[in-house]
Design a protein around this ligand. Structure first.
Ligand code: URA
Length: 200
């Protein structure tokens, strides 16, 4: 009894959370410990969208709780934001994708498509002023672009999603491996803050 996209589009928070918790719309439901719905202020002006839960998130039921999450929290602090205060954090998929060896992997296109109505409803309920897509998977899933498009091509412009401005930056896990690009990520967040200042 998984709801269809039209039913999801009319849900309140309680119904949406219950639907995600029991979702069996794609194969990812078989490998999860629990779903990872999202966390934060339900009236947040800022929405940060990652890729999908990893091992830590699958165990804790909260997005971005590992090393990449620490960096994300620091990025938020630098913007004057805190997890749970004026910021909401969610992922493209709510269940942990793993490969045949049990390692984290990006979600497949059909998995992202199956899960997207939940994020769309979260966005409609939150009504954020600015959406920040963290990395390639989030950016390409939301913007519906060719999977080969590099993040570097999407940075520096203001895109739109669900009638809201969307800024693309690097995924925190990528930044942990490529520290030199932190400077560029900060430029992206500054662009997002300028858009936010103009939008309010
Ligand atoms: N990476 C993501 O994209 N999302 C998480 O929740 C954790 C790591």
């Amino acid at each position: 009894n998984t709801p269809n996209a039209d039913e999801v589009a009319h849900m309140d928070w309680t119904a949406l959370k219950a639907s995600v918790a029991g979702c069996t719309k794609c194969r990812l439901c078989h490998g999860r410990t629990q779903t990872v719905f999202g966390v934060g202020d339900e009236k947040a002006k800022w929405l940060f969208v990652g890729e999908g839960p990893g091992r830590n998130e699958d165990m804790r039921g909260e997005p971005f709780v590992g090393q990449a999450g620490k960096l994300l929290d620091n990025m938020l602090l630098a913007m004057g934001l805190r997890r749970g205060e004026n910021a909401y954090i969610a992922n493209i998929v709510k269940c942990r994708p793993t490969d045949d060896n049990g390692r984290d992997r990006p979600p497949a296109l059909d998995e992202a498509a199956a899960c997207l109505p939940y994020l769309q409803r979260q966005i409609a309920l939150i009504q954020p002023s600015v959406i920040v897509a963290l990395g390639k998977t989030a950016a390409l899933s939301l913007l519906g672009l060719d999977p080969e498009t590099p993040v570097s091509k999407l940075r520096g412009s203001v895109h739109r999603y669900a009638d809201r401005p969307l800024i693309v930056t690097y995924h925190p896990a990528y930044l942990l491996r490529n520290m030199a690009d932190k400077r560029k990520a900060w430029a992206d967040l500054c662009l997002a803050m300028a858009i936010y200042a103009g939008a309010d």
